[in-house]
Write a new protein. Structure first.
Length: 152
């Protein structure tokens, strides 16, 4: 679903009631569990939690350093968990959490696709969101970029 919204509140108001309710519940979980220092905003057509450029500006694309994003797409919802991308330990914890909960994991590189909150083990999502403080996320990002520079 494309939106012309420029703020999180506008984005949520633009959604039908049932879709807004799903994202609002997931948003509340994220806000309860995310470490202090991440900023909520509307980026990339999604509700995003990132490290603002005022705090860390050395990103490859000049955008805030993303950590989590939430979006309503045409046929599904998605939380984007960047901390899971290319992190075998977090990928394993996520897959194991879904398995233990008896739920099917439908995931791309960092996005989990779901149609109902019942499709998610919310405690597992919350644990992954709570796991990395902003300072640690910046260090992980810098290490990954240093590795990329060496490959070039």
């Amino acid at each position: 679903m494309k939106s012309s919204a420029t703020t999180v509140d506008q984005y949520l108001r633009s959604l039908p009631d049932d879709r807004r309710a799903v994202l609002s519940k997931l948003r509340a979980l994220i806000k309860r569990r995310i470490p202090k220092g991440y900023e909520e905003s509307l980026l990339w057509g999604a509700i995003a939690y990132s490290i603002p450029l005022e705090r860390f500006s050395d990103t490859y694309n000049g955008q805030p350093l993303g950590y989590v994003a939430l979006a309503a797409r045409k046929n599904y919802f998605t939380p984007h968990l960047m901390s899971v991308y290319m992190n075998p330990e977090s990928q394993k914890a996520l897959a194991e959490g879904f398995r233990k909960a008896g739920k099917k994991l439908d995931m791309g590189k960092a996005c989990i696709r779901f149609k109902s909150l019942d499709d998610l083990p919310l405690d597992v999502i919350g644990d992954l969101v709570a796991k990395i403080a902003p300072e640690a996320w910046i260090a992980i990002y810098q290490k990954s970029r240093a590795g990329s520079a060496k490959k070039r």
